[in-house]
Design a binder for this molecule. Structure first.
Ligand code: BTN
Length: 255
């Protein structure tokens, strides 16, 4: 059971999580915040103990034991400039990394675009989605799934999952972790508006694949090259032969 008081006491934000919705079960916290007329306030956070249709990137499912992990979404509504939205994607993975470093001293690696890894295993994933009217974005939903106190992960996965419990060797407070993430997230939204290069640099500092020869798979296409850097919008610059190609989507692996 999630203790809302324990969470609230450590929440130090002005708008992120001030409208907090806790639910036992929903289809997907992202789907609900994207479409709900009822939950409409900037900074709303919806946390569900269980998702029946939890979604990951590229139409994958996100599986997470009920009551042991964190599956939640954050709604952003105001000041949305679409050309910088991908930086919120990268910034969200930096926020999760910082929270895991601050509270549990874990050695985090970020994998483009926004996987959060410990010892090459996936500890958290982020799914950013948006809705628009005409060419104006009116909602951004940042969905975050973190493997917190789940003890094991039977089955086959593209990237082997792990949890904080497995890496930190102890059961941890989901309440404290969520408040830390939301506090850092609010700071990140401010940095996104004023100092976007900081997000890029914080992300670069945690990515060990820059400079490496990699393979990127997007739908049927496989591209191989050197991961040169990310550009000002957070997209990948991949050097293939003598040309630099911009990559917007895809799954990265070392070649
Ligand atoms: C990925 O790594 O593929 C992204 C996973 C994102 C999962 C989270 S859990 C909360 C939110 N609701 C969803 O349906 N998905 C995101």
């Amino acid at each position: 059971m999630f203790n809302i008081e324990e969470f609230d006491i450590k929440l130090d934000t002005e708008f992120i999580g001030r409208n907090f919705i806790y639910s036992d079960e929903v289809e997907s916290t992202n789907s609900l915040l994207l479409t709900s007329k009822e939950f409409n306030q900037n900074g709303t956070v919806l946390l569900a103990e269980h998702q029946t249709k939890g979604r990951g990137r590229k139409d994958r499912t996100w599986i997470s034991n009920a009551g042991q992990n964190l599956t939640f979404s954050i709604l952003l509504k105001s000041d949305l400039k679409d050309h910088k939205i991908n930086l919120i994607n990268l910034g969200s993975s930096v926020v999760v990394a910082q929270a895991l470093e601050n509270l549990f001293q874990l050695d985090i690696e970020l994998k483009w675009p926004n996987d959060v890894l410990v010892a090459k295993k996936k500890i958290a994933g982020i799914l950013l989605e948006s809705t628009s009217k005409g060419n104006k974005i009116n909602r951004i939903v940042v969905g975050i799934g973190i493997n917190v106190n789940q003890p094991n992960y039977p089955g086959k996965f593209d990237i082997q999952p792990t949890s904080i419990r497995k890496e930190f060797k102890s059961i941890v407070s989901r309440e404290r972790l969520l408040s830390e993430i939301l506090n850092l997230f609010e700071d990140m939204v401010d940095i996104w508006k004023k100092e976007p290069n900081k997000i890029l640099n914080d992300w670069r500092n945690r990515c060990k694949m820059i400079g490496e020869r990699i393979k990127i798979i997007d739908e049927e296409k496989v591209k191989a090259g050197i991961f040169i850097d990310i550009d000002d919008y957070g997209f990948m610059e991949l050097k293939i032969a003598d040309k630099i190609e911009k990559i917007h989507f895809g799954d990265v692996s070392l070649r």
